[in-house]
Write a protein that binds this ligand. Structure first.
Ligand code: FAD
Ligand code: NAD
Length: 479
């Protein structure tokens, strides 16, 4: 007889494992199937995020920013350093140790919550049955009352830039260079391209980023995008917009990239090339056609707002469904679905999901951009305030960037907050909390912010919405 579970989750990334843990909290009998094998050849939970995404990329961003500071920023504080050097092998090992701790931590959490971790591949069949194929090839059929599909995403491949082991790489390979490439090419000025391009640029690579579109980070507020582009260019990243790659070839450990830009056909020779042109939902061999699950026109699993597929009791979450490909979005969908299965009311507020680009300066935003509000014909007001006018930012020698607040002209409700600057990833959470509670700009104006603090820049931007910023000589004269 088939083993039966209240919930079978396919995929153990931030969406799947969170769903499994939450369902277990609610008293359900849960199995989580995950097929990932790490570079040591061992099964590892945590998905893209923990193994080759959020966590290892931030480990390298933090290591390399410390190196950058030691080389270029310490002197201003009076700290004299000579002969600072980077041991790339030690940096990569530290990253690997952090990844291992995270993935082992997820395994420990599943165990502590009584979730059965099945190591291998899962496939949804008709009637909410799940075929499980273990890594040794043995198969068994599980019967599930509910199934949560959480198989994540995979990098998009470019036919004109096929991967070549250790030379032309995707995001996973870009975390593994054992030495600093002298010349590094990156295809795609998206989040991965900018974060990983920054990592190697800080260690001395000459980085050229080729971006097909003529707009830099089009989803970001225009003023914020402009400021980030300027900062990254100042750091030495050579970002070329409207540059369309037409071909690549590898010979003698060098990559020749052919591309076209405004000046016609171009050639660039680099030592390593990172291809980071987006991700696609990973649905290969995930369900049979008679399972009843359908894809949408973009290849994502079709789901309603509550992540329910077309089959009652089958849900899909995270990168395989519409919406931003973000770990925290996957997690919240996983928790929501587990609660719905458990008979509770739950929903994700898709209008309030923060996004962060972990470059330096960081970029973070939530809600609508000024461009979106304008295009929708809504009446709005804007407040901005620069980190350069903030005492804590001056003390930290971190004065690049600003906070911008967009509010509804009539109701004063905050519609969006956009930050480029130090600790944007942390400050944005104040905006998320405020927006979740439907705050107006005035609500935030009346709050007391600790001094001196970088968050005061957010406070002043809220004040500036009504021309009331205290530390601004260019006060808008309203009331
Ligand atoms: P995944 O994390 O992709 O997990 C899916 C899991 O399912 C995998 O382990 C996979 O092996 C397994 N699987 C797939 N098919 C099957 C099957 N049939 N049977 C069994 N198992 C299966 N997001 C952020 O929010 N912040 C960041 O800073 C950030 N940085 C990133 C940096 C990089 C370099 C990359 C590549 C991504 C980054 N992301 C970041 C995105 C984030 O990693 C994803 O949005 C997130 O991991 C999606 O979670 P998920 O649970 O949907 O899928
Ligand atoms: P992306 O969609 O952010 O950017 C890809 C870029 O590549 C785009 O600007 C696109 O125009 C460009 N491009 C596409 N085809 C091209 C071509 N042929 N030549 C040149 N440029 C081309 O994708 P990504 O950077 O690969 O990241 C994938 C997803 O992973 C992101 O959308 C994001 O959701 C997630 N992610 C998040 C974080 C974070 O939250 N900090 C970090 C990394 C990744």
């Amino acid at each position: 007889m088939a083993k039966s579970f209240d919930v079978v989750v396919i995929g153990g990334g931030p969406g799947g494992y969170a769903a499994a843990i939450k369902a277990a909290h609610l008293g359900m009998n849960v199995a989580c199937i995950d097929m990932y094998i790490n570079k040591e050849g061992k099964p590892a939970l945590g998905g893209t995020c923990a193994n080759v995404g959020c966590i290892p990329s931030k480990a390298l961003l933090d290591s390399t920013w410390k190196f950058h500071e030691a080389q270029q920023d310490f002197a201003v504080h009076g700290i004299e350093t000579t002969g600072v050097s980077m041991n790339v092998g030690a940096m990569i090992k530290r990253k690997d140790d952090i990844v291992r701790k995270q993935t082992d931590g997820v395994a420990m959490l599943l165990k502590a919550n009584g979730v059965t971790w099945l190591q291998g591949r899962g496939k949804l069949l008709a009637g909410k049955q799940v075929e499980f194929t273990a890594h040794d090839g043995s198969t068994e059929t599980l019967q599930a009352a509910n199934v949560i599909l959480a198989s994540g995403s995979a990098p998009i491949k470019l036919p004109m830039a096929p991967l070549v082991d250790g030379v032309v790489v995707d995001n996973a390979g870009a975390l593994e260079f054992q030495a600093v490439p002298k010349r590094l090419g990156v295809i795609g000025a998206g989040i991965i391209g900018l974060e990983l391009g920054s990592v190697w640029n800080r260690l001395g690579s000459q980085v050229v980023v080729l971006e097909a579109m003529d707009t830099f980070l089009p989803m970001v507020d225009r003023q914020v995008g402009k400021e980030l582009l300027k900062s990254l260019q100042k750091q030495g990243l050579d970002i070329r917009l409207a540059a369309r790659v037409t071909g690549t070839s590898v010979a003698n450990n060098e990559v020749t990239i052919e591309f076209t830009d405004a000046n016609g056909e171009q050639k660039l020779v680099v030592d390593k090339l990172i291809v980071a042109v987006g991700r696609r939902p990973f649905t290969a061999d995930l369900f049979t056609t008679d399972s009843g699950v359908n894809l949408d026109e973009r290849g994502f699993i079709f789901v309603k707002d509550n992540c329910a597929t077309d089959v009652p009791g089958v849900y899909a979450i995270g990168d395989i469904v519409r919406g931003p490909a973000l770990a925290h979005k996957a997690t919240e969908e996983g928790v929501m679905v587990a609660e719905i299965i458990g008979g509770h009311h739950a929903a994700v507020n898709y209008d309030c999901i923060p996004s962060v680009v972990y470059t330096h300066p960081e970029v973070a935003w939530v809600g609508k951009t000024e461009e979106q509000v304008k295009a929708a014909g809504e009446e709005y007001k804007v407040g901005t305030f620069a980190f350069a006018a903030n005492g804590r930012a001056a003390a930290a020698n971190e004065t690049t960037g600003f906070v911008k607040v967009v509010a509804d002209e009539k109701t004063d409700r905050v519609l969006g907050v956009h930050i480029v600057g130090p600790q944007a990833s942390e400050i944005i959470m104040q905006a998320v909390i405020a927006m979740e509670f439907g705050a107006s700009a005035e609500d935030l104006q009346m709050m007391v912010f600790a001094h001196p603090g970088l968050s005061e820049v957010f406070h002043e931007a809220c004040l500036d919405v009504d021309g009331k910023a205290i530390h601004s000589a260019k006060r808008k004269r309203k009331k």
